[in-house]
Ligand binder design. Structure first.
Ligand code: FAD
Length: 476
């Protein structure tokens, strides 16, 4: 066995949770080791946020160019070249990957390649767990004895019972991101964020798309009005949406022509055929093989249980990001990473307030939301007031040719608090940040209406919807 090295902090996993935590710790002078078995940047950079958004941008542009006559631009023979779409995506990922590696180096983080595991209490320091790092090349394990550990091992796609995901006809998003050519048709199992982003993208690429969703609506965690509008807009583009529909996963058969499957909807069995199938039914935490059995750390449905300071039942071991569940978002993982490190450093930390976390779906149009939906606010007993204002009501949306959607505000009638903001429409993922700031500053709808929104911009919808909460908007 190699000599174990004493360090201040070992971070397991270099996704947006782990690498941000490692940089924060190293900046404060902690001797920090970051263990990663694949590539720094994690799912977000290599299989998630960045590559998917790059492909979405290609799809959006393709769709716009095919419909550019409206803008006075006559194109002929617009062609899609999947290989170049892939190359562009890979270029962007590589550039950002280099950036992350440089940042880690610049800040003095020691990056160790391999699979990290907690071996349990160490002989050097009874409360700290020894960490072993198994190397891919089979060479002797590295050993570390840290004062603190942060588990940031993230998540992977979840499958369904009896389903064989071969990565070709039956894919996870990991596989779909590497598609060399597009199928004629695809059935997407799961109408959550990932499923709807792919439905919108593939439809823009010209693929015949069917979405199968178990709940009674797509994007079931969004405000019901947003789900309804997204359903309407996707259906207008000929995306087929089957809700209250359960895939009978054991019926899935891969044949030469494609995938044959059965689903149950309203008590009836339906058969579907499609060239390919994408399975996007949630993410499973990576907690099986990291030595948790050597600790008293609690897991529930695989997710590591932590307190508001991100500490597990072993107070010197923290866990952050997708591996603890909750909102599985990159910016949440990073925020939690900073929170955990600040707590280790003895700084004052504010527990993460889930009602100030913006959530984004990069479909066309986009969705951005924060805080409570109307139904959640009612369920929590608030006496609510709501308002909606359509993008169509401001000039900029017509100028840009993207007039679908609205901003909806849910506020507390009694205290005038902003409870939730729900945007579906052009650039919703950018626009939601104004609501994020409003939430952090505890702004009232009236205060939002007092912010001056430049003309012509999409942000004018904020001014209008804020007026509408307590009275009348101008342009309606
Ligand atoms: P991960 O990013 O999962 O990183 C964990 C890392 O740990 C991995 O690199 C893994 O190799 C490593 N690891 C695991 N076990 C070990 C071990 N034992 N030893 C060493 N290393 C280990 N979120 C957004 O906010 N915006 C988006 O637009 C968005 N789009 C997405 C699109 C797709 C298709 C997918 C799949 C996800 C998307 N997400 C998005 C979610 C986002 O990617 C995750 O929330 C985020 O990556 C979680 O970060 P993390 O640090 O917790 O874990």
């Amino acid at each position: 066995e190699a000599m174990a090295e004493n360090v201040d902090l070992v971070v397991l996993g270099a996704g947006p949770g782990g690498y941000v935590a490692a940089i924060r710790a190293a900046q404060a002078g902690l001797k920090t080791v970051l263990v990663e078995k694949a590539k720094a940047g994690g799912v977000c950079l290599h299989k998630g946020c960045i590559p998917s958004k790059s492909m979405l941008r290609s799809a959006e542009l393709y769709q716009q160019m095919k419909n550019s006559e409206d803008y006075g631009i006559l194109t002929s023979d617009v062609q899609l070249e999947m290989a170049s779409v892939q190359q562009r995506k890979n270029r962007i990922v590589t550039q950002l990957f280099n950036g992350v590696q440089q940042l880690l180096e610049k800040n003095g983080v020691t990056v160790v390649e391999g699979t990290g595991r907690i071996l349990g209490p160490s002989i050097f320091s009874p409360q700290a767990g020894t960490i072993s790092v198994e190397k891919a090349d089979g060479s002797e394990n590295d050993m570390f004895v840290p004062q603190h550990v942060i588990i940031a091992t993230g998540s992977r796609p979840r499958s369904l019972p009896g389903l064989n995901v071969d990565g070709k006809a039956v894919m996870f998003s990991d596989h779909a991101l590497e598609m060399k050519s597009l199928p004629k048709s695809i059935v997407i199992i799961g109408g959550g964020v990932i499923g709807i982003e792919w439905a919108s993208m593939l439809n823009d690429f010209g693929v015949d798309v069917t979405v199968v969703e178990f709940a009674d609506r797509i994007l079931p965690f969004e405000d019901a009005d947003v789900s309804k509008e997204m359903t309407r807009l996707l259906q207008k583009r000929d995306v087929k949406i089957l809700t209250g529909a359960k895939l009978l996963s054991e019926t899935v058969q891969v044949e030469e022509a494609g995938v044959r499957l059965q689903l149950e909807q309203e008590g009836e069995i339906r058969s579907l055929e499609s060239e390919r199938m994408l399975v996007s039914v949630g993410r499973q935490p990576n907690t099986e093989d990291i030595g948790l059995h050597n600790t008293s750390i609690q897991v529930e449905k695989g997710f590591i249980q932590v307190n508001a300071k991100m500490q597990t039942a072993e107070s010197h071991i923290y866990a952050i990001g997708d591996v603890i569940g909750g909102y599985q978002l990159a910016h949440v993982a990073s925020h939690e990473g900073i929170l955990a490190v600040d707590h280790i450093l003895g700084r004052a930390v504010h527990p993460l307030d889930p009602t100030i976390v913006p959530r984004c779906t990069y479909s066309r149009p986009e969705i951005g939301s924060i805080g409570l939906s109307e139904a959640e606010a009612v369920e929590k007993g608030y006496n609510i007031k709501t308002a909606r204002f359509p993008f169509r009501g401001v000039g900029k949306s017509l100028v840009s040719g993207e007039a679908d959607g609205f901003i909806k505000v849910v506020a507390d009638q009694d205290h005038d608090d902003l409870l939730g903001v729900h945007i579906i429409g052009p650039h919703a993922t950018e626009l939601i940040s104004e609501a994020g700031l409003a939430k952090v500053l505890d702004a009232t709808p009236w205060e939002i209406s007092q912010a001056i929104h430049p003309h012509p911009t999409l942000s004018e919808v904020y001014g209008e919807v804020a007026l509408a909460v307590d009275g009348k908007p101008i342009h309606s």
